[in-house]
Design a protein around this ligand. Structure first.
Ligand code: SF4
Ligand code: SF4
Ligand code: FES
Length: 248
């Protein structure tokens, strides 16, 4: 298989982006974009289609098994994990365009700074500050939420998210939903308030995020459970059953 990789590169955050096209050839039918990037970076005297030398491409990766979320990037116009994007999918076109995620500041080449995601988790209090013990119970909702990779693919397609903004998006809401589900109403008061302010109020409910998630997390189900526990139950307590749904 022979494929042209059109990679949007940038030396550092302050430099201008440029497109570099590299022909990549492999006998491996299951080769992924991550496989190609690894081979290009470890190859000697690699040149692009114009014969110019290819400097090592900066990109993040760790597990190479769709488990860490580090290799998220835009591949063929969709945010995806590089270790989950098979080159064979693009063989008919003969090329694939590879770009960094656009919602985060670029560090270099395909590597972005996703601290906004981790800052959002800290702000919501999803990351424990003190001693951590095993949860009293684990159920389906908590398990589903715990599968989030914090890859940021859902944020890339979300019309309401931008890094550093007031709306945190699903990369924070999904992990938060695990705690919202597990804590009792008194314990989750602060988290619920943060969820209402930073997630519920800004979410347009279009569910574009649900269809793009590489972990295939049931975002709709988690959102519905969190809305019920952190929003509707509070409205019910405040206004009673008759006025449920009144927006105040
Ligand atoms: S919800 Fe899915 S797309 Fe969003 S950060 Fe978690 S794993 Fe990635
Ligand atoms: S439902 Fe729409 S607005 Fe809400 S997080 Fe998903 S993509 Fe963003
Ligand atoms: S390298 Fe871990 S998900 Fe791709």
């Amino acid at each position: 298989m022979k494929l042209r990789l059109d990679i949007l590169r940038r030396k550092n955050a302050d430099s201008e982006p440029y497109l570099q096209s590299i022909m990549f050839e492999t006998d491996n039918e299951n080769a992924t974009v991550a496989f190609a990037l690894t081979n290009i970076c470890s190859g000697e005297n690699v040149t692009d289609v114009e014969g110019k030398p290819v400097s090592p491409i900066v990109w993040e990766h760790s597990c190479l098994q769709k488990k860490c979320g580090a290799c998220a990037m835009v591949i063929g116009s969709r945010p995806r994990l590089a270790c989950d994007a098979r080159l064979a999918e693009f063989a008919a076109e003969g090329f694939v365009r590879i770009e960094p995620l656009k919602k985060f500041p670029v560090v270099a080449d395909l590597m972005v700074d996703r601290s906004a995601v981790f800052d959002a988790l800290k702000t919501l209090g999803v990351w424990a500050n003190g001693e951590v013990g095993a949860p009293d119970r684990t159920d389906e909702t908590a398990y589903e939420a715990s599968r989030c990779l914090q890859c940021g693919c859902c944020l890339e397609v979300c019309p309401n998210f931008y890094a550093g903004g007031d709306f945190f998006g699903m990369a924070a809401a999904v992990p938060a939903s695990r705690l919202i589900d597990q804590l009792d109403p008194e314990q989750r008061k602060e988290l619920s308030a943060g969820y209402r302010k930073k997630v519920y109020n800004g979410c347009g409910k279009s569910l574009a995020c649900r269809d793009i998630c590489p972990a295939h997390i049931d975002i709709e189900k988690l959102m519905s459970a969190s809305n019920s526990a952190a929003v509707w139950s509070r409205l019910h307590a405040l206004f009673g059953r008759k006025n449920r749904g009144v927006k105040k």
